[in-house]
Ligand binder design. Structure first.
Ligand code: CTP
Length: 459
């Protein structure tokens, strides 16, 4: 509300979805945390959640009616109203069943309908037994949701229902609240709260760096675009990279609070002008190497999304190479095509890994542009590459003339040098894929990255 605007500021609304698990009682504390912050809370439990905490408790604590079924109060069309009017949808605890339904777009009760109609940030806090969390079906569902821009919080490790323990516990309400607030803050410049419409926050191009977010405090360096290796003043060897994925990575990192340096080779999209992103222009692989070596030294995360020329001409000719030229030997006109002599460029990514030595910082992310070949799949070549280059994460990208290069959408798989399940992302916009990559980076980095506040990597 401004001094000239007599309208009261609208309270922000959170739909607090509660799944059917023993941890449902912890959602009561979450409700309190949001209410104390001035949020209006609509609690939407599933039918099985009500077996753990009853509707009267939720209604009394939230001051709002509590429904689970789309057929209650049909005249108000609650399955559409709740999702459309929310500034945040948070599901805690989120069961394996709810994760599966959300991933597949099923809508058989009020909560799952709300998940489909929401256009605001969606945060899911899973809680389940370790075996269920680690089951390939759940792993795939989580990856699908993350690729779509949904934030899935990592469960905590510890004692579970019964005698067993391991990853699968619902994190403490304060931690879930802090993580959800950082997602809301990161999305704030992207979602005009008064319309409730428009694209999903994470698919929008960020307008400004978020003052906080899960990458707040991190110094991120992203290279983007294709290098150009000059032959003469008018000609170069280049490649088909448009730089869209690298630019989207820089924009999304800034939107999540990181301070970003974008090292841009040749790109075919406008360079970002938002706060929180500094742009350094380079042309050749050697320029890029010089910039990256200096910047990596003080970075927390380095992403080599640039398409670097593996070879450059041995000689740069100062004047334009003419079609016909006089031979040095006898001065006669020579119309033959010149032969290009090439030399290997340095492998910048491998060099950054070498320079880092045994330090943990920076976390290094490479990209692998692969077309596959007769004997090897794209993923097999990616695995070989991550081992060869030694980077922490490798984003494997299938490329071809009309696959990936210049396209708005992308499909990638993120491989971790230290093993673990590959994380598939997309097909989705390069912005959404970028968010998925940052989710993997945040999970790979120090645990404090996923909470609010200053995130730093130890040396
Ligand atoms: N890269 C680099 N320096 C190079 C070539 C590539 O730093 N001279 C980086 C790219 O930015 C990318 C990763 O290495 O992060 C993989 O690039 P890619 O072109 O897929 O692999 P190459 O190393 O060039 O190997 P190959 O072309 O044989 O697949």
């Amino acid at each position: 509300m401004t001094p000239d605007d007599p309208r009261p500021a609208r309270a922000r609304r959170v739909v607090l979805g509660v799944g059917g698990g023993i941890a449902a009682y912890k959602a009561v504390s979450l409700l309190r945390l949001f209410s104390e912050d001035g949020w209006a809370v609509d609690v939407v439990p599933t039918a099985s959640a009500l077996r753990f905490v009853g509707a009267p408790t939720w209604a009394a604590l939230s001051g709002n009616r509590v429904e689970t079924d789309v057929f209650e109060n049909v005249h108000e069309v609650p399955h559409v109203r709740l999702g459309q009017g929310a500034d945040l949808v948070l599901v805690a605890p989120c069961t394996a069943d709810l994760l599966a339904k959300a991933a597949h777009g099923l809508a058989d009760d009020l909560l799952t309908n709300t998940l489909l109609t929401a256009r605001c940030p969606v945060v899911l806090a899973p809680a389940m037994h370790t075996e269920m969390w680690q089951h390939p079906a759940t792993v795939a569902n989580v990856a699908t949701l993350r690729a779509r821009g949904v934030t899935v919080i990592e469960p905590a490790s510890g004692r579970l229902t019964g005698k067993d323990s391991g990853p699968g516990r619902l994190p403490e309400p304060q931690d879930i609240h802090a993580a959800a607030m950082s997602v809301v803050d990161a999305a704030a410049p992207l979602t005009p709260v008064d319309t409730g419409a428009g694209p999903a926050a994470r698919d929008a191009v960020p307008g400004a760096a978020a003052p906080s977010g899960d990458l707040h405090g991190l110094r991120v360096v992203v290279s983007a675009g294709g290098t150009r290796e000059a032959l003469d003043p008018v000609r170069f060897l280049g490649n088909r990279s448009s730089g869209k994925q690298g630019v989207a990575l820089a924009e999304t990192a800034a939107a999540r609070g990181a301070s970003v340096t974008l090292v841009a080779a040749h790109v075919e999209v406008p360079l970002p002008e938002q706060d929180g992103i500094e742009v350094v222009r380079v042309e050749s692989a050697l320029d890029l190497q010089a910039a990256m070596t200096v910047l990596a030294d003080s970075a927390d995360v380095v992403v080599m999304a640039a398409a670097v020329a593996d070879f450059r001409p041995v000689d740069y000719v100062e004047t334009k190479i003419k079609k016909s030229h006089r031979t040095a030997a006898d001065g006669t006109e020579d119309d033959s095509a010149p032969t290009l002599q090439l030399v290997r460029n340095p492998d910048i990514l491998a060099g950054l890994v070498r320079e880092r030595g045994s330090r943990r910082r920076p976390l290094i992310v490479g990209f692998a542009a692969e077309t596959g070949d007769t004997g090897h799949s794209v993923l097999e070549l990616g695995r070989e590459k991550v081992a060869r280059k030694g980077c922490d994460l490798l984003v494997v990208n299938e490329v071809g003339r009309s696959v990936t290069f210049g396209q708005d959408d992308n499909t990638v798989t993120v491989l971790d040098r230290d093993g673990g399940e590959p994380v598939p992302l997309g097909p989705a916009s390069k912005t959404v894929v970028s968010h998925g990559i940052w989710d993997v980076v945040a999970a790979r980095g120090d645990r404090s990255w996923t909470g609010a506040g200053e995130a730093r990597l130890p040396d």
